[in-house]
Design a protein around this ligand. Structure first.
Ligand code: PMP
Length: 441
């Protein structure tokens, strides 16, 4: 498309740019679920800044929070010095967290990105346990910094980078549709947890006495793969029995996305460490680690960083959390998610190329497969990234922004702002169905 902004971006920005390659958009306005490009075209945004815009674009509570800061002349950056804004942010966040976790918990402010907070969490537990190995999962995504890339359970983004954190042991994630044990459901869960226990108990496996385990309750970038509740409960039992701190990365799932305020609540488990970013800043850059007090064993000044004191993000984050709780946006997300899930299942029934529909709340994924090819695991067909990309393109042409994910970029991801209405859900599904039909032809 001829657009001077896109041309200049392609000429000047790093070759590492990612989203603009698949979504060639120069954006000029945003309101709620909608964005407008510089050519005046309007789109429904089902990416929502990779899930960061829980309340969509320019929600009044976020805009008001920013305006209040400006009007009252409050400081924007304060390192880790405290302020009334920060104090309210912490209280509101701790009130959102389940009491069994929040009671006595500690918080570390980390900087602008989710990766910053994952880095801090790993450092925290390594210091506390005096151990090196970290257990992570196949398909995991925890960020793209040098440290977090070592935890990525997917080779492509990291194979060109030498010297990553070496002491990471990858375990199978319960990916039902392509179950590593060849079976899904409860049997897959049992096999997966039995395998993990064996690895931990076998002195020759190399994973004895790890510093921690880190996981996403629903793998996002990895292809929207929700872990079964029973598997999460098993993981909590296994890690608790062995004194292994369990770090739950809620960067993408946190604050209502999955239909509960925190995704780990679906399993009723209490983590040791929770990593938060995206929605916690109300769309502005902020990340934190919240953890049980027994792991607070690092010394004064052990984790510094200039931009730990982003007051603007604390104000917008606090206003966003307050709104989510007051308006029961988590419950709304659960209802809207169920509606979209049902519609996507219906589209699957009429499509030749949808292998699986899955997710939790408003974090849904549709796995695009080649049904003409024989199954490569029992019950599932090979991934079809070319077709997934064609569907994304057809959706964009029809005014719907969708992103792809998964280890083979063959999963269409739905991450709309949590304030999406039932009518908008129906429109999203209708456009998606048209895009699938067009791409299949
Ligand atoms: N963890 C998870 C689960 C994520 O989804 C992401 C970002 N998509 C990150 C960590 C990294 O966050 P950031 O991009 O802000 O570094």
């Amino acid at each position: 498309r001829d657009n001077p902004y896109l041309e200049r971006q392609a000429a000047r920005e790093s070759n590492a740019r990612s989203y603009p390659r698949r979504l060639p958009l120069a954006l000029s306005k945003g309101k709620g679920l909608y964005v407008q490009d510089t050519d005046g075209r309007s789109y429904i945004d089902c990416l929502a800044c990779a899930g960061a815009l829980a309340l969509g674009h320019n929600h009044p509570v976020v805009v008001d929070a920013i305006n209040r800061m400006l009007r009252d002349g409050l400081p924007f950056q304060t390192l880790d010095l405290t302020t009334p804004v920060k104090d309210r942010f912490v209280s509101t966040l701790f009130d959102c967290l389940p009491a069994a976790f929040a009671e006595g918990a500690k918080i570390q402010f980390c900087g602008p990105s989710g990766a910053d907070a994952v880095e801090a969490a790993i450092k925290l537990v390594k210091i506390a346990r005096g151990r090196r190995t970290v257990l992570a999962f196949h398909g995991a995504y925890h960020g793209m910094t040098h440290g977090t890339l070592g935890l990525t359970g997917h080779l492509a983004p990291k194979e060109a980078v030498s010297g990553l954190m070496a002491d990471v042991h990858f375990l199978p994630f319960p990916y039902d549709y392509r179950c590593p044990f060849g079976v899904g459901g409860e049997k897959g869960v049992r096999l997966s947890s039995a395998y993990i226990e064996r690895m931990l108990d076998d002195p020759n496996s190399g994973v004895v006495e790890p510093a921690a385990m880190i996981l996403e309750v629903v793998q996002g970038e990895g292809g929207v793969i929700p872990a079964a509740v029973s598997w999460l409960q098993e993981i909590r039992r296994i890690t608790a029995q062995r004194g292994i701190p369990l770090i739950i990365d809620e960067v993408q799932t946190g604050l209502g996305r999955t239909g509960r305020l925190f995704a780990f609540e679906h399993a009723g488990i209490v983590p040791d460490v929770v990593v938060l970013s995206k929605a916690v800043g109300g769309g502005l850059p902020l990340s934190v680690v919240v953890y049980r007090p027994e792991w607070d064993r690092w010394t004064a000044g052990a984790h510094a960083g200039t931009f730990r004191g982003n007051q603007l993000a604390m104000a917008t984050g606090q206003a966003t959390m307050e709104f989510i709780v007051a308006e029961r946006i988590d419950e709304h997300a659960a209802r809207m998610g169920e509606r979209l899930f049902g519609l996507l299942r219906r589209i699957q029934a009429e499509s030749r190329s949808i292998g699986d529909v899955r997710g939790r709340g408003l974090m849904l994924g549709v796995e695009i497969v080649d049904r003409d090819e024989p199954t490569d695991f029992p019950g599932c067909h090979p991934c079809a990234p070319g077709l997934a990309s064609a569907i994304q393109h057809e959706a964009l042409r029809r005014g719907l922004i969708l992103e792809l994910g998964g280890r083979h970029n063959s999963v269409v991801r739905f991450l709309p702002p949590l304030i999406v209405t039932a009518e908008q859900i129906d429109t999203i599904a209708t456009i998606f169905a048209d895009a699938v039909r067009a791409a299949e032809q």
